[in-house]
Design a protein around this ligand. Structure first.
Ligand code: NAD
Length: 503
């Protein structure tokens, strides 16, 4: 139960803290202790937040601000986040069990640098540009304006709650929209903290609102809301499908970032020393709870045994423990439910004939939700552990004989978010990379999500792209303005309906 010393986080609607009768107890997954509470929002709070966002859009003080001045406000938010880096990292570690090293680099570090990218992009993006002068049927000038869409909504999961929110609010705000964000029930704190920072930095009231609440209730309500003109969602493919269906009600613009089952293809000329560590990095970062993890490791038969031996030796020495400790390599998983789900997949893998080469259990610890780093060998691509997203520290090793076979196995999945190729020969690696069906392919690397390049999925891994300059296209409407330059009444084209008197 909550103790009197825990910090309470209210919702942020229209620039104000809003409290509710109900609350969420926020549990540290490493200790099972309730260390904070958050207001629990309802459908009525979601309505209030959308109304605040709509009113702010109509008032126009954000969308009519020159882009460079919007960028100044985003700069200030980034600066304040940097000043509060330690507090935000500590919050992230306690909230979702990210290790402190990962929180500093990715969970919070990337959140700041990616928001800064959108601030910078806001200064250079072509919100308006002239096109070719038209000469037929009469002389005219053309202009394209990229205008904000209006009220946007973002729904984010628990694994990278702040970063994945930044991927939505960054382009939305840079483009002049207003937004309502709904974090996952378990992890609302870093996003609520960011909303408060944004208010302190001068973001007008109602431009950024954060409402907590149950996904099926508050999240689904936002997806259906007639005043929400765009919805961006990161989470499971099943919920993404549902959101797309619901969003059809008012033909919302939709961006979806969904699940993955990333194939990591090691070619027979790969640098083993790096590739072995990278295979662990690709899967075990944040205990395997990243959508773009490398979870299917495809090894050539010639390298298989040596690679697995080296990987098992390296992984056996990884430190599983307190995520707040700088010496820890692997932290807990998010919840007891997630731990049991992962252990269920491990049992299923054994039943279907795969061999546990490492781990496979929960380590001996009194408190918290843990799964040992696990490696399965003897996996075939029809097994459940090769097809379904486990979302835990479980690597499935598949053996192949030819590169053709490796590419076929890699692409034999309903997902297409990420993939990797390892080779000492760049040309050879690029040939394989071009044939992999994935939104991101890393050659001799993994997890390098760059804010300057698009991120998103092929097939059932998503729809649209976040990050990169295109992200601003996804948060704007393109308006074409045609300006007649002829000034003449006798335009020939009118003749088809209202002929001039001479004709
Ligand atoms: P989830 O889909 O259950 O939940 C994600 C968010 O959606 C939460 O905020 C939740 O409250 C909300 N939600 C749940 N049901 C909803 C509904 N019916 N309508 C509207 N909102 C609803 O996902 P999860 O299991 O919590 O998160 C893990 C999943 O997210 C994994 O499948 C993972 O691959 C995926 N993911 C994808 C990416 C990506 O960028 N592609 C990133 C992170 C996570």
């Amino acid at each position: 139960m909550a103790t009197a010393s825990v910090t309470h986080y209210p919702l942020r609607i229209s620039g104000e803290a809003v409290d509710t009768d109900a609350l969420y107890e926020i549990v540290n997954p490493a200790t099972e202790e309730v260390f904070a509470t958050a207001a629990k929002g309802s459908v009525a709070h979601a309505d209030d937040a959308v109304a605040a966002a709509k009113a702010a859009h109509e008032r126009g003080e954000w969308r009519t601000l020159p882009p460079a001045e919007r960028a100044d406000v985003l700069d200030a938010i980034c600066a304040r986040m940097s000043e509060q880096m330690d507090e935000l990292c500590a919050l992230q570690v306690a909230e979702n069990g990210a290790t402190i090293r990962q929180a500093m680099a990715f969970h919070i570090g990337y959140s700041i640098s990616h928001l800064q990218y959108f601030a910078d992009l806001c200064r250079t993006y072509a919100f308006q540009h002239s096109g070719p002068t038209l000469s037929y049927p009469t002389l005219a000038a053309g202009r394209v304006r990229r205008e904000p869409i209006g009220v946007c909504a973002g729904i984010v999961p628990w694994n990278f709650p702040l970063l994945l929110a930044v991927w939505k609010l960054g382009p939305a705000l840079a483009a002049g929209n207003t937004i309502v964000l709904k974090p996952d029930e378990k992890t609302p704190l870093t996003l609520l903290a960011l909303a408060r920072i944004a208010e302190e930095c001068g973001l007008p009231a109602g431009v950024l609102n954060v409402v907590t609440g149950e996904g099926e209730e508050v999240g689904a309500h936002l997806a259906a809301h007639p005043d929400v003109r765009k919805i961006a969602f990161t989470g499971s493919t099943a919920v993404g499908r549902e959101i797309m269906r619901t969003a059809a009600g008012n033909v919302k613009r939709v961006t979806l970032e969904l699940g993955g089952k990333g194939p990591n293809v090691v070619l027979d000329d790969a640098d083993l020393e790096t590739a072995v560590d990278a295979a662990l990095f690709a899967c075990y970062l944040y205990s395997g709870q990243a959508c773009e993890s490398g979870t299917r490791l495809l090894l050539p038969a010639s390298l298989h045994d040596e690679f697995v031996d080296r990987m098992v030796a390296r992984a056996s020495n990884m430190v599983v423990g307190d995520p707040a400790d700088f010496g820890t390599d692997i932290g807990p998983v998010i919840s007891a439910e997630q731990r049991d789900r992962i252990l269920g997949y491990i049992e299923q893998g054994k039943r279907e004939g795969a061999t546990v080469a490492l781990g496979g259990r929960t380590p001996d610890r009194d408190k918290g939700y843990w799964v040992q780093p696990t490696i399965f060998t003897g996996v075939t691509n029809d097994m459940t552990i090769a097809r379904e997203e486990i979302f835990g520290p479980v690597i499935s090793v598949l053996k192949y004989d030819t590169v053709e076979e490796a590419i076929r196995i890699a692409n034999d999945t309903e997902y297409g978010l990420s993939a990797g190729v390892w080779s000492a020969d760049n040309e050879r690696a690029l040939e394989v990379a071009e044939r992999l069906e994935a939104g991101t392919v890393w050659v001799n690397d993994w997890h390098m999500v760059s804010c300057e390049y698009p991120f998103g999925g092929y097939k059932q891994s998503g729809l649209g792209r976040e990050l990169g300059p295109h992200a601003l296209d996804e948060y704007t409407e393109a308006k074409f303005i045609h300006l007649d330059l002829s000034g003449r009444r006798d335009r020939r084209v009118y003749d088809m309906l209202v002929p001039t008197e001479e004709t």
